[in-house]
Ligand binder design. Sequence first.
Ligand SMILES: Cc1cc2nc3c(=O)[nH]c(=O)nc-3n(C[C@H](O)[C@H](O)[C@H](O)COP(=O)(O)O)c2cc1C
Length: 240
Amino acid sequence: MEFTEAVRRRRSVRKYAPDEPIDTKKVRSCLQLATLAPNSSNMQLWEFYHITSSEVLEKMSNYCFDQNAAKTAQQMVVVVVRKDLWKKRVRAHLKYLKDVFGDKPKKEQSKRARFALTYYKKIIPVTYADFLGLFGLIKYITYWFIGLFRPIYRQARQSDIRIVAHKSAALAAQTFMLAMSDINYDTCPMEGIDTLRIKKILKLPYGAEINMVVSCGIRLPEGVYGERFRIPFEEVYRTI
Ligand SMILES: Cc1cc2nc3c(=O)[nH]c(=O)nc-3n(C[C@H](O)[C@H](O)[C@H](O)COP(=O)(O)O)c2cc1C
């Protein structure tokens, strides 16, 4: 399918065909494509829980308030933000960089290698580390003062970093939905959900956060609620 066709075809579907199952392997492939989404510092602080068990789907529907998009879903994907895994991701990056650039002493490293290593050894830890929000607040105030004199990165507080991680997860969710559309499968992103109960059923740790749940299936004609409504493009498009 042409890319533009897949984009136009994707709609939030609220009613799926009850007798048209979808192929778990194909959904999994779409999730593999989702992991190719751009993401902040390539930290990949996401996980995708692919739900196919009818028993869990029933519980999940309940936790999505039995809204139409959940009730008839053939499968579901829970997009999870794992900001808490940042140290593990740093270790993965450092191993990868060693493999790419070789395990050389600092003096022999190329400029690119040195920058990449410093980025994951120093800048990322300073960005992600926090203690009860205190370190974040100190960083925020420090950056604010430095920012009076020169441009500076300002995403310093815990809440800022949460947004950073959720942005990336949402891009993966969108990549997944477009990949599904490309193979004539349908989806609906949902945030009208009980995140705490979903975390419990998925046995997620305290630090994990639910980004969104995406229900999946094959659309029924009445599952698309009318023509697509968008604010006129001229109203949201600015040339500078
Ligand atoms: C983050 C997010 C959360 C959403 N939550 C819900 C939801 O809980 N229930 C629902 O029916 N639709 C939900 N939607 C779907 C939107 O209502 C839908 O994308 C919007 O109306 C535009 O329609 P379209 O997706 O068909 O273009 C959500 C969409 C996004 C991006």
